[in-house]
Design a protein. Structure first.
Length: 120
């Protein structure tokens, strides 16, 4: 078992419930430091975990996810998986960057940070 899995509370054979976890994006590491002036990186967060039946309200399920979860649990249709743990609220960040003419521009980029996660 890796130190990372222990750090996030995962036990062998037991999946953790849908939740938001840190995901630091370093713009130099992904090759964007040539055009982004600031910040050097940010916490985008990511969603990870299971969406087991029955879906509680703490899982922030959509109605569609609730119905899909029931169909999966009852095995009514072959191949229907459990709902997925995904961002259900996204936030913007401000980036200072160079445009095509080498001007420094401040722009708000939408949907860059997972604010919360849910089963969808």
């Amino acid at each position: 078992r890796s130190a990372r899995s222990v750090e996030h509370g995962e036990e062998e054979g037991v999946s953790m419930p849908c939740q938001r976890l840190p995901l630091y994006v370093d713009f130099e590491e992904i090759g964007w430091s040539g055009w982004i002036v600031s910040p050097r990186g940010y916490n985008a967060y990511h969603c990870k975990g299971s969406c087991p039946f029955p879906l509680g309200q703490n899982m922030r399920p959509t109605n569609h996810a609730t119905v899909q979860s029931i169909i999966h649990a009852l095995k009514l249709i072959k191949g229907i998986e459990t709902p997925c743990c995904v961002p259900d609220k996204l936030f913007s960040i401000n980036l200072l960057y160079f445009d095509d003419d080498e001007n420094v521009v401040l722009k708000q980029y939408k949907d860059m940070v997972a604010g919360s996660c849910g089963c969808h």
